[in-house]
Design a protein around this ligand. Structure first.
Ligand SMILES: Nc1ncnc2c1ncn2[C@@H]1O[C@H](COP(=O)(O)OP(=O)(O)OP(=O)(O)O)[C@@H](O)[C@H]1O
Ligand SMILES: [Mg+2]
Length: 385
């Protein structure tokens, strides 16, 4: 039963989130900048540092990976030894964690305890020296590491080249972060990241996203397996945040939905359905980050709004008291309730406006824009237990 052949998807792996396309559409100038910076690393075994920054889903990780893969291929073709290690600092967020991953690149059996970071660092230098290769270390989501106070490691790594002393061996560093973290490094570490080596990844616009989703469809979907309309709609939706991840995800989900139907082509309707699914998954993940008090406030808005477009603050607060009783949680005072609503607005769950009330006065109204309240209420009820 798992053998059913696909009529629409030609190569599923190319829709997966960790697939690195051969060409990153619209990122040619960033690739060129990296190539220019790292040319002396390849030709003369020198070291280099670069900092990649830009908003969510702008291709930072994918471009850095593609760049390292291409550089390794190029070096292999010329008989030059080049290694790269990609560290995700969200997963390895301590100095020891990062060092261990680097060490294991050379020595897969390196023990995970018993050594201080200083000892690990010394062992690493020894191993790099022995490998006699040009090493490029990529610290992805490096902000997590810096925020945890491990900026020292960045300094050490960026300077480790000076301790190498050997020809043909060099250590280069690429840091990636949404946030511009160079300002958070101390002066010494910052000085090794020259201003000129900052490579910016701007948000994709609609046309950029359309080009990306088209290119991905060509690789992953059968010929004429996706309506132009459908691809345009994906670009429209994803352009609201400029996130290529959302575009690829919508293509993947729409393709699966279309597979389950008989048309043999992805249509705009499949995209709408898949977007509906994504929005609710996204909302669920965001709801999970709320505390009990804010969940109850959100539930009150959702329950009191029902089929209307908005609800007054007073009506929502009344429902809030009932919900608190139901879920056996003490209700907070009016000002606190209003603070919760403001927090929910900042997080994008609700929108507040001023409207006229029946007596001709002005009152605050709360609305929910992008998810059916029935779905929302039942998600929150589940979380409240
Ligand atoms: N120019 C592009 N061409 C093709 N695919 C792209 C392009 N840019 C991004 N993608 C795809 O979009 C997804 C998100 O890209 P990526 O992970 O590189 O974003 P990011 O900038 O690292 O985001 P984050 O800041 O959240 O880590 C990946 O699946 C990637 O393959
Ligand atoms: Mg990334």
């Amino acid at each position: 039963m798992f053998e059913r052949s696909s009529v629409i998807i030609r190569d599923r792996a190319k829709l997966s989130f960790d697939y690195v396309p051969e060409k990153l559409v619209g990122r040619e100038s960033q690739m060129d900048s990296l190539a220019m910076l790292f040319a002396p690393v390849v030709s003369d075994g020198l070291s280099e540092t670069a900092f990649i920054t830009g908003p969510v889903g702008t291709g930072k990780t994918a471009t850095a990976k593609r760049f390292c893969m291409d550089m390794a291929d190029h070096c292999a073709g010329k008989g030059i030894r080049m290694d790269y290690v990609f560290v995700n600092c969200r997963q390895k967020s301590t100095e020891a964690g990062v060092l261990l991953q680097l060490l294991r690149h050379y020595d897969p059996g390196f023990p995970d305890r018993g050594f201080s970071p200083a000892e690990m660092y010394r062992s690493l230098l020894g191993l790099i020296r022995k490998s006699a290769s040009r090493l490029v270390i990529v610290l992805d989501e490096a902000d997590v590491l810096i925020r945890k106070g491990s900026g020292d490691l960045v300094y050490q790594l960026s300077r480790s080249n000076e301790e190498m002393g050997a020809v043909r061996t060099s250590v280069s560093l690429i840091m990636i972060s949404q946030e511009y973290i160079l300002d958070r490094l101390d002066d010494a570490s910052r000085s090794s990241f020259k201003r000129a080596n900052v490579i910016r990844f701007p948000r994709y616009d609609r046309d950029g996203l359309l080009a990306i989703v088209r290119a991905r469809a060509e690789e992953a979907i059968v010929h004429e397996g996706a309506d132009d309309d459908a691809l345009s709609l994906i670009a429209d939706i994803a352009s609201e945040i400029g996130d290529a991840r959302l575009a690829v995800e919508l293509l993947d989900k729409s393709a699966r939905i279309a597979e389950s139907k008989a048309l043999g082509v992805i249509t705009a309707e499949d995209v709408r359905e898949s977007n509906d699914m994504s929005v609710s998954e996204f909302t669920k993940a965001k709801l999970e980050s709320l505390d009990r008090n804010r969940l109850l406030a959100m539930l009150a808005v959702s329950r009191s709004i029902k089929t209307r477009s908005s609800v007054t603050l007073a009506a929502a607060e009344k429902t809030y008291h009932i919900a608190c009783e139901e879920f056996e949680t003490p209700a907070r005072k009016h000002t606190q309730f209003w603070t919760y609503i403001c927090d929910l607005e900042k997080l994008g769950f609700v929108v507040t406006t001023m409207v006229s009330d029946e007596s001709g006065g002005r009152t605050k109204a709360i609305s929910i824009r992008d998810i059916p309240t029935k779905t929302l209420s039942s998600m929150i009820e589940e979380l409240l237990g």
